[in-house]
Design a protein around this ligand. Structure first.
Ligand code: HEC
Length: 111
């Protein structure tokens, strides 16, 4: 019975689209650390905050857009961050930092 109640509670949480994903639901990485990391390393070009649609660099997608991109995953973000991009020069991001950033991005998902 307690199990059923817990399952119902989890269901209620996940069906509420307006609430950011509960942090426990995120696979790996630390969303708080990811946000701090993004503020230092990504915010010069990307809009990183929830509801922030316009990036300082208009070519850089907002993190909300990245989070909402179908098929986007921690792996995809890390692959992106580990390869050379003329648009994102001199960025060397450790996979742990990439996981944290992705954990943070997942809290931005609007769908
Ligand atoms: C110097 C500016 C700059 C910085 C700093 C920067 N980015 Fe970007 N980023 C861009 C631009 C411009 C694009 C889009 C153009 C492109 O595809 O090359 C992009 C694209 C991306 C994409 C790809 C989105 C997609 O749809 O494929 C991801 C993911 C990303 N950035 C993550 C990050 C993260 C995480 C950081 C911080 C660690 C960061 N970026 C720092 C400029 C930057």
């Amino acid at each position: 019975m307690r199990l059923a109640a817990a399952a119902l509670f989890a269901l209620a949480l996940s069906s509420c689209a307006q609430t950011p994903a509960p942090l426990e639901a995120i696979e790996s990485g630390d969303a708080i650390r990811g946000f701090a990391f993004a503020q230092r390393n990504c915010a010069t070009c990307h809009a990183i905050a929830a509801g922030d649609a316009w990036s300082p660099n208009p070519l850089a997608p907002s993190f909300q857009t990245v989070a909402d991109t179908p098929g986007m995953s921690g792996r995809a973000v890390n692959v992106w961050l580990a390869s050379e991009h003329p648009s994102m020069p001199h960025l060397i991001v450790a996979p742990e930092d990439g996981d944290d950033v992705w954990a943070y991005m997942q809290t931005l998902r609007s769908r």
